[in-house]
Design a protein around this ligand. Structure first.
Ligand code: SF4
Length: 475
């Protein structure tokens, strides 16, 4: 079965749906032979990961066992990604491998929603569903591997089954998107925005925290739009009414006493209120805002949400409210029609914005995206050359931004302890898998999930080096 890949994708850090194979190693069922064993391969972005976790949770709740390898599985579920061409290739490769190694395969996820590409390529797959399709996947599993008679529902922890380490978890607050960015096919794959009821989201968050999670990563396609579809309807949490709205959600999450990190927020004016919560220490001072470009003409061609906002002014305001905020963003270079001048405009924006964390991609003409029909496509060679220039430009900014931490004391969350006695941790400025890390010298006694104080003694382009603070606060 596919092996988990390295968790970090920094230099050209990933647009969300990066294929990342994950197998069910940390969800293995008890050794006793059960009524049906399912293998699982999970690819794609954190939203797909949450879908995988829900399917695995349901499988275990119904008494199925989870097989850590192809050989021991009665069938294999492959959760695919179909966002960019390389993700499609990776997903098709994973399906092919599962068919070869096991032979009985159910496909779900974004690639499954892309017409009949899966069935055409692999007519032998047992069933194909789109993303966010728990009932359909379970129906397919039941059809090919009968449901056990005696479900051990009490074997499943309240937090469900997670594919992330025990100390952090993604919290998906909505599905789908009301925007129609011309380079993106997510709305056609996942539909319009559907916000999860806030009471349900808070209950899941509470269960995760009870299960040992120290960091919650809020994800969606557009976190700032949470609740728009239900007109910010009030729900209930802990017996009190609470609105289905980003600000109210963040306030409630801040009461759980764990790190809360916000992803995929658009620069609307109401986001300023959330920045105030960051300044008050209620949530991590970290904001992931996918700007995608800086040229007004290109942003208009992209049909980006909040394209008309004055982004630089808004960034300045955010830093006035919360000087320590870490800003992360992603960009596309070589979008159809992008001129050298417009690319230069983007580089000038990087200089002015001084973003802390940046990921970039050369434009990829995804099948079904309306941007493919725009005039003056940028040749592949030019796209790649601009990507290299972009990353080099931002690398200098990133290194300078990190140098300001030298000598400072930071709280960090430990992710792992290595054989060389160092520990790998993250500060408020580092989201898992996409940002840098803080490497702590000589800390073999630490444990994943611990939050400790460190003194920063070194900085590179993306990462920091630190020493543990002693009992009296000395490094
Ligand atoms: S905001 Fe744009 S890029 Fe993001 S999911 Fe919606 S349509 Fe796609």
């Amino acid at each position: 079965m596919r092996k988990p890949v390295s968790a970090r994708t920094k230099k050209k850090s990933a647009r969300r749906p990066v294929p990342k194979p994950r197998v069910s190693a940390n969800t293995a069922a008890p050794a006793a032979k059960g009524p049906g064993r399912v293998g699982f391969v999970s690819l794609g972005c954190p939203k797909a990961l949450v879908d995988s976790e829900r399917i695995l949770t349901q499988l275990r709740a119904e008494g199925y066992e989870i097989s850590p390898d192809y050989a021991g599985a009665d069938l294999v579920v492959v959760n695919t990604c179909g966002f960019i061409d390389s993700a499609v290739e990776e997903s098709l490769g994973a399906i092919g491998e599962a068919l070869e190694e096991n032979g009985r395969v159910i496909v779900t996820g974004c690639l499954g929603a892309k017409g009949d590409v899966v069935k055409r390529t692999y007519p032998k797959v047992l069933a194909v569903t789109g993303p966010h399709a728990l009932p359909e996947v379970m129906t397919a599993v039941h059809a090919h591997l009968p449901k056990p008679h005696d479900p051990y529902t009490d074997l499943v922890p309240a937090a469900g089954i997670k594919l992330t380490p025990r100390h952090y978890a993604y919290l998906k607050i909505s599905e789908g998107c009301n925007h129609r960015c011309t380079f993106c096919i997510i709305p056609s794959l996942r539909g319009d925005l559907v916000s999860r009821p806030i009471g349900e989201v808070m209950k899941e968050a509470e269960n995760l925290v009870r299960g040992g999670v120290r960091e919650l990563l809020v994800i969606s396609q557009d976190t700032s739009a949470y609740g728009v579809d239900v007109k910010y309807r009030a729900g209930f949490w802990g017996g009190r009414p609470i609105k289905t709205r980003m600000l109210d959600l963040v306030r409630a999450l801040s009461e759980l006493g764990v790190w809360v990190r916000l992803h995929y927020v658009y620069p609307y004016p109401h986001v300023d209120d959330v920045i105030s919560l960051m300044a008050d220490g209620k949530v991590l001072p970290y904001l992931d805002v996918p700007f995608q470009h800086a040229s007004p003409r290109i942003l208009k061609l992209m049909k980006r949400p909040a394209a008309a906002e004055n982004t630089l002014r808004r960034i300045e305001q955010w830093r006035n409210i919360c000087p320590d905020i870490t800003l992360r963003s992603t960009f596309i270079v070589g979008f159809p029609g992008e001129t050298e001048e417009e690319f230069q405009e983007l580089l000038a924006f990087l200089d002015a914005a001084q973003l802390d964390r940046v990921g970039a991609f050369a434009y990829s003409p995804i099948e079904g995206a309306t941007a493919n029909f725009l005039p003056d496509p940028v040749p592949e060679g030019v796209r790649q050359e601009r990507l290299a220039r972009f990353m080099e430009h931002q690398a200098a900014i990133s290194a300078a931004r990190l140098r300001r931490y030298l000598g400072r004391t930071l709280q960090v969350l430990v992710d792992e302890v290595r054989a060389d006695r160092s520990a790998i941790a993250r500060s408020a400025a580092d989201a898992p898998e996409i940002d840098g890390v803080v490497s702590i010298d000589d800390a073999p006694h630490l444990h994943p999930g611990e939050i400790v104080a460190v003194r920063i003694v070194g900085a590179s382009v993306y990462d920091l080096r630190a020493q543990l603070m002693g009992a009296r606060g000395e490094a």
